[in-house]
Design a protein around this ligand. Structure first.
Ligand SMILES: O=C(O)c1cccc(C(=O)CC[C@H]2O[C@@H](n3cnc4c(=O)[nH]cnc43)[C@H](O)[C@@H]2O)c1
Length: 270
């Protein structure tokens, strides 16, 4: 299967490639399918051009049928949708379509959702719903989602069995990941988001864009977020981007292992 992983920035892309490459190496050595040392087994990263973008592909180990391409498409839902749609279309036109699109990167973690649920800095969240949290209209009665106005959708649901497999492999929590166009910067806004979506565990800025492009192409979608900061009052001193990128690399290794263990036939209809 071919998997497209879409990040916002190059640092996230490189973390995903590093994690997926480490997983390739471990799998190859464990299965003794590839000769040589761990370093030799992982091989170089191949760069592939699609119109307007460059994909990074960790070299597959031996004849493994799983191919993971990683694209840094830019910050925000529009950039994410444009990059994802381009890569999906290019692959489909070449006769080798992707079977899964993954939005991956760092994100904010909600620390005061429902009792017992909190996404701490350095932890990982795998989306069970990808939600456009601010797509709608502000009215005297409050925020109205675009679906209540008679348009489109505000939610995409990844395959449940895949969510469970990846979350288990990554030691991650499962929960809703909200896509916002404005980073939350106050306790009041954080509380309003959780009130509207009690299942929310994380927020970021790209998942819904990736999901809309994937839906247009009939491709399943997943979102993985490594928490770099709490959602709430702005506090740059609380950001832990390095820790989150390490967690993202670990989650990417887990993603690869989960996909090897649970191929698409086992989750594509769940
Ligand atoms: O200036 C700020 O206060 C601020 C706080 C958190 C993040 C930012 C960014 O500009 C990063 C945007 C980038 O990273 C993802 N991200 C990371 N944390 C969050 C968050 O708390 N809320 C939304 N997005 C976040 C996001 O997906 C973008 O790719 C600035």
């Amino acid at each position: 299967m071919r998997v497209l992983v879409v990040t916002a920035v190059a640092a996230e892309r490189d973390a995903v490639v590093r994690g997926a490459s480490a997983a390739v190496t471990a799998a190859a050595v464990e299965a003794e399918k590839a000769p040589g040392t761990a370093e030799e087994a992982s091989g170089p990263v191949v760069e592939l051009a699609v119109p307007g973008y460059v994909l990074h592909r960790p070299a597959p180990a031996g004849p493994e049928p799983l191919v993971i391409d990683v694209l840094a498409a830019g910050v925000g839902p529009a950039a994410a949708a444009a990059g994802t749609a381009t890569a999906l279309a290019a692959a489909a036109l070449s006769g080798s379509p992707y079977g899964l699109a993954v939005s991956a990167g760092i994100g904010g973690g909600f620390t005061t959702p429902a009792p017992g649920r909190s996404a701490a800095v350095g932890s990982v969240v795998v989306s069970d719903a990808i939600v456009a949290a601010d797509l709608g209209a502000e009215t005297p009665a409050g925020f109205v989602p675009v679906t209540d106005l008679g348009f489109g959708t505000v939610e995409h649901r990844p395959p449940g069995a895949l969510v469970r497999a990846v979350a288990e492999a990554a030691g991650a929590q499962r929960g809703e990941v909200l896509t916002v166009s404005t980073v939350t910067g106050s306790a009041e806004r954080a509380a309003a988001l959780v009130a509207a979506r009690p299942g929310a565990l994380a927020e970021a800025m790209e998942g819904f864009g990736v999901a809309e492009a994937a839906a247009a192409h009939g491709v399943p979608v997943l979102e993985i977020r490594a928490v770099s900061n709490p959602v709430g009052p702005r506090d740059r001193a609380a950001w832990r981007i390095g820790d989150a990128l390490e967690a993202l690399a670990g989650a990417s290794a887990a993603l690869r292992e989960a996909l090897r263990a649970a191929p698409a036939e086992t989750w594509s209809t769940s």
